[in-house]
Write a protein that binds this ligand. Structure first.
Ligand SMILES: [Zn+2]
Length: 281
């Protein structure tokens, strides 16, 4: 997945523009999406700054007959989704920037970002898009639904291949699973993720993300069935291969799962700090 990736037409009025970004491995790119109807266009998740990114986005907009985009929609405010906002504002100073209402505090003041919530509609030429609240990967993550295309621009709700990171402090496994169900209820034909390829099997990609998360939970519960366990022990048990450099990420993933199970009173925290130990309740 390294090297330059090419832009791709996803649907009528939709182009994927993969931009090399500072994102989490194994990914190397963040997909920006250009959505357009009747010459009115939006940029979703411009995750890279600079001339190369601007040229790629500009070419895509031109292909969609958009002279100046109406605005930018951010599915969430992680750095690899917003790094290109300043570049776009430099080129089109009047761009409106929309971001999840619950993440406005993480937006640069100069963007003058406007908050979006679940259910809000955005008009795009003759099309009406709907924002879908999909928190879990981040605090107030939103996906963008284009009903006529049965297309879900998914941000980091799912990845085109592999899995999305859900870990503390932003991550919440309970809400993440609810978000996958909410997205599945739309029955999208196409799921356009921010990382990895576009998926034409929308129901499958959402279902497998859910199954993957529940499998991790089952593994965690199985480990705890052996007795109370500390976080480092659980990490060594469940992720014996991971290098020390990513222990922190793994721990924050495990803590997100433990938090869900503690909320459900299936696991108890019997220690003093985040290292536990934890036991079955
Ligand atoms: Zn993210």
């Amino acid at each position: 997945m390294s090297g330059t990736q090419r832009s791709e037409a996803v649907a009528d009025g939709v182009i994927r523009v993969p931009l090399a970004s500072s994102t989490l491995p194994p990914f190397t790119h963040t997909n920006a999406y250009l959505l357009a109807s009747d010459g009115v266009g939006l940029v979703v998740d411009p995750g890279a700054a600079g001339d190369e990114a601007l040229a790629a986005l500009g070419a895509g907009l031109a292909a969609l007959d958009v002279r100046a985009p109406k605005g930018i929609v951010l599915t969430h405010t992680h750095r690899d989704h917003v790094a290109g906002v300043d570049t776009l504002l430099g080129r089109w100073p009047d761009l409106r920037v929309w971001a999840p209402a619950g993440e406005l505090a993480r937006c640069d003041e100069r963007w003058r970002a406007v908050g979006l919530r679940h259910g809000r509609r955005l008009t795009l030429g003759s099309a009406a898009l709907t924002l879908v609240g999909t928190p879990g990967h981040s605090l107030d993550h939103l996906a963008l639904w284009w009903p006529e295309r049965r297309l879900l621009v998914a941000g980091d709700l799912v990845a085109g291949e592999g899995s999305i990171w859900v870990g503390l402090p932003d991550g919440d496994v309970t809400r993440y699973l609810e978000s996958l169900e909410r997205a599945a209820a739309l029955d999208p034909a196409t799921v356009a993720p921010a990382h990895g390829p576009v998926r034409r099997d929308g129901a499958t990609v959402l279902a497998s993300a859910r199954a993957h998360r529940l499998e991790r939970e089952a593994n965690l519960l199985a480990a705890l069935r052996e007795g109370p366990a500390s976080l480092p022990w659980l990490r060594a048990r469940l992720y014996p291969e991971v290098p020390a450099a990513v222990h922190d990420f793994v721990d924050r993933t495990l803590l997100a799962h433990l938090l869900k199970l503690m909320r459900e009173r299936r696991v108890a925290h019997v220690g003093e700090g985040p290292d536990g130990p934890y036991s079955l309740a």
